[in-house]
Design a protein around this ligand. Structure first.
Ligand SMILES: Nc1ncnc2c1ncn2[C@@H]1O[C@H](COP(=O)(O)OP(=O)(O)O)[C@@H](O)[C@H]1O
Ligand SMILES: [Mg+2]
Length: 265
């Protein structure tokens, strides 16, 4: 099957200590190729843990992860990174701040095309320039600028390009707009939607904004206490409002979604 299949994922942190904590509690999820799923859940619900499991950042207690038909459960994180792009809240995570935009893009590009890494040739330069021009952020004239000197929004846009340049089988976005001011966050979200749809990427996006969770992508899941408690798509999702979503969550989990950090949009 193409896409991502998570079967019975379980992860316990600090097992056997007073701090023992179940991070993932029998998570099952079938992500079809081309699905763009938004992921909601209170602080500590297990959203980042789910991503870390997919990325191979720790060993699971049990469960199986299949990506485009290949069982990757025992693959090392660096092997998985060839097929999975990811972005975090902090735009510098996953980029080299002291390298130029061009070098960063070359590094990301090289992951797929196995060429020597600093040999950015003229054709690559032109290709990167075109890609940046397409973002419409004025970055195409800044190929030689160090990544660390860009504004937060520009860095996230460039990071998004890096994460997708090698056409990953899966794109994971962990609150990648959360550290940006609202106007910039909106821009980066619009760019995200465009890139995901133009390239037909399979994507999971964690967000705290319930409104954009419902209007971005084709499917929304909510996590609570290490479990997926809600999974909506299609007409059910199309007719759902934020209050409706909150009601559904309360019905399924018997709890309120913690609204301290959740944005109603
Ligand atoms: N490496 C770790 N060691 C111990 N506990 C962890 C670790 N990573 C996550 N946890 C715990 O697992 C739970 C889920 O965390 P996380 O997935 O980061 O939540 P969120 O939904 O906010 O992203 C939290 O209680 C967190 O403290
Ligand atoms: Mg998190």
């Amino acid at each position: 099957m193409n896409g991502l299949n998570l079967i019975g994922l379980k992860k316990t942190f600090e097992r056997g200590t007073p701090n023992e904590k179940v991070g993932l509690d029998n998570v099952n999820l079938e992500v079809r190729r081309g699905d763009f799923i938004t992921v909601l859940g209170s602080n500590g619900a297990g959203k980042s843990t789910l991503f870390n499991a997919i990325l191979g950042k720790f060993r699971l207690d049990r469960g199986t992860i299949v990506l485009d038909g290949e069982d990757i459960t025992r693959q090392k994180d660096y092997q998985r990174a060839l097929n999975i792009g990811c972005l975090y809240q902090n735009p510098l995570r996953g980029t080299a701040p002291n390298m130029t935009i061009e070098e960063n893009l070359a590094l990301a590009y090289t992951r797929k095309a196995s060429r020597s890494f600093f040999a950015v040739n003229r054709r690559d330069s032109a290709f990167f320039r075109d890609l940046l021009k397409d973002l419409d952020l004025g970055l195409e004239d800044r190929l030689k600028t160090k990544m660390g000197l860009l504004s937060g929004g520009q860095r996230q846009a460039a990071s998004l390009l890096m994460a997708t340049i090698a056409e990953p089988k899966l794109l994971l976005l962990d609150e990648h707009t959360a550290a940006l001011d609202p106007a910039t966050a909106e821009k980066v979200l619009a760019l995200t939607k465009r890139i995901v749809s133009e390239r037909g990427l399979t994507c999971l996006m964690i967000t705290h904004n319930m409104q954009s969770a419902l209007t971005t992508g084709n499917r929304t899941i909510i996590m609570d206490d290490g479990r997926i408690v809600l999974d909506v798509s299609g007409t059910e999702r199309n007719s759902l409002t934020v209050p409706g979503l909150l009601d559904l969550f309360r019905e399924r989990s018997g709890r309120m979604l913690d609204n301290d950090r959740m944005l109603l949009g």
